[in-house]
Structure formats: C-alpha cells, structure tokens
Ligand binder design. Structure first.
Ligand SMILES: Nc1nc2c(ncn2[C@@H]2O[C@H](COP(=O)(O)OP(=O)(O)O)[C@@H](O)[C@H]2O)c(=O)[nH]1
Ligand SMILES: [Mg+2]
Length: 243
C-alpha cells in the first residue's frame, strides 16, 4: 500500500476513506469512455511479432524460440487521457504466416496494423509489400478508407545498419504512416510505435463517428496532432512519421 494513502499512525487506511477512494474511482470510470481497437501484427515467420506483443503487453522477452500455434491475441489497456481508455487487442498472426483464406478472417474488423520485418534478414522487408497487398485487399474501414499501418524494423539491438535506404519512399508510396527501428529484446520504440498507431486509429474512430466536421472533431484532431508531436524522435535514422 502506498504511504500517501496511510491514514493513521498504524499505517492503516480507514474504512470510510477506502470506500471514498473506490467510489471516486468508480465514478471516474463511469465517465470514462472505453474503446477497443483490434490491431493485427503481421510479417514473415520469425521476424519477432510474438516477441513484440509479449514485450508490449507483459514487459517480457524470451530468446528461446516458440512457434505460435493458432490465432492468438493479447490485450493492452491505455489510459489515453482523462476521458478515454483504450483497450488494444493485439492479434498475433500465428501459424498461417503464409497468405491464404485464413488471413481474411484474421484481419476482420482490424482497426490498425503493424507490419514487421527483421533487420537481419532483408528478404523479410521484401515481403512487406505482399503483406500490405493482402491486408488492403481484405480489410478496410467504412467508405473504403484504408486502416492505418506502421512499419517496424525489428531486432534493432543486433543491427540498425541494414535499414533499407528506400524505407521513407516505400512508406510514402504505400500510405504507411510511420516506421520505427524496434527491439523486442531491448524494448526500443515499441511504446512509441503503438501510440502512433493508436493515435491514428483514434482519429479514424472520431471521424467515423462524426462524419461531418464539428468542433469536437477539430478539437480531437488538434489533440492528436499535439500527441504526435510529443512522439517525434531525436534520432532521425530510427524512425519517421509521414502524416
Ligand atoms: N535479438 C533479438 N531477437 C529477437 C527480437 N525479437 C524477436 N527475437 C527473436 O527472434 C525469434 C523469433 O521471434 P518470434 O517473436 O517468435 O517471431 P514471430 O515468428 O514473428 O512471432 C525468437 O528467437 C526471438 O527471441 C529482437 O528484437 N531482438
Ligand atoms: Mg509468432
């Protein structure tokens, strides 16, 4: 128990105070808007998708290789601001890293996607185009709007020298909103990347809810922009944002 909550000299919080705290929490939660976004994490076998999800949701990393079997998702809750709580459902493409009928079911209702490649295996970057084509063919938002996508160049703890030189152009051409050099092992840029994707998904959520431009939309768009500014990275070689 936190010292700041101690009420008497024995370090015990009074019953009334406990009730008061939990009532306040409950009321705050009642007023909080809760959103759930499904994000899919896709890319070739072994690039680090499961490790990224585990790092982000559990804060853990394991170097022993475990093949993911079947579809799986993990949940991360973000207290976005005083009004909004966001539950991210991170879907791990598992066992069907080869394209096929199953990816359609997997992508269903996805609100964002993280495309992952392995910096130590350039061929996994080449596959990103195929993943993107498959994704865009099978999922979109109402009105045909593309779901936001980010690109993660993973295993940055091993090397950052192999970041493809055309990565900026590739992202711009393919409507990918940002790329990041990440490491599930050393916990590099994973939070930043997920926040960037969540901010974009939230923007879409609001514009789908309020298709006409209202003060609310303008306020939220400005808020998103200032959120994004806070994410600008000091090292321009380790990430880039485009929208
Ligand atoms: N050095 C390093 N190894 C990683 C990183 N991410 C994943 N790995 C390792 O790469 C292998 C494949 O990771 P996994 O998450 O199972 O890949 P998936 O098939 O895309 O889900 C495992 O041995 C991981 O420990 C990373 O950021 N750095
Ligand atoms: Mg896996």
């Amino acid at each position: 128990m936190q010292n700041s909550l101690k009420e008497n000299s024995n370090g015990v919080i009074s019953r009334d105070r406990l009730i008061n705290i939990s009532d306040r929490l409950r009321i705050a939660n009642l007023h909080k808007k809760e959103l759930t976004f499904k994000f899919v994490i896709i890319g070739d076998f072994g690039v680090g998708k499961t490790s990224i999800i585990q790092r982000y949701t559990d804060g853990e990393f394991s170097s022993s290789y475990k093949v993911t079997i079947g579809a799986d998702f993990a949940v991360k809750t973000l207290e976005w601001n005083e009004e909004i709580r966001i539950n991210l459902h991170l879907w791990d493409i598992a066992g069907h890293e080869r394209f096929g009928a199953l990816t359609g079911i997997f992508y269903r209702h996805a609100f964002g996607a993280a495309l992952v490649f392995d910096l130590t295996r350039p061929e996994t970057f080449k596959s990103i185009s195929k993943w993107l084509i498959d994704l865009r063919k099978k999922v979109s938002l109402p009105g045909g709007i593309q779901i936001p996508t980010i690109l993660l160049a993973n295993k940055g703890d091993i090397t950052t020298k192999t970041v493809p030189i055309d990565i900026d152009a590739f992202c711009k051409e393919n409507g990918i909103i940002s790329w990041f050099v990440t490491s599930a092992k050393d916990n590099i840029h994973i939070d930043e990347a997920m926040i960037r994707l969540t901010a974009a998904a939230l923007k879409n959520h609001h514009s789908l809810q309020f298709p006409l431009i209202t003060d609310d939309v303008i306020k939220l768009a400005n808020q998103d922009q200032s959120d994004n500014k806070n994410l600008e990275q000091k090292n321009p070689k380790s990430c880039c944002h485009f929208s």
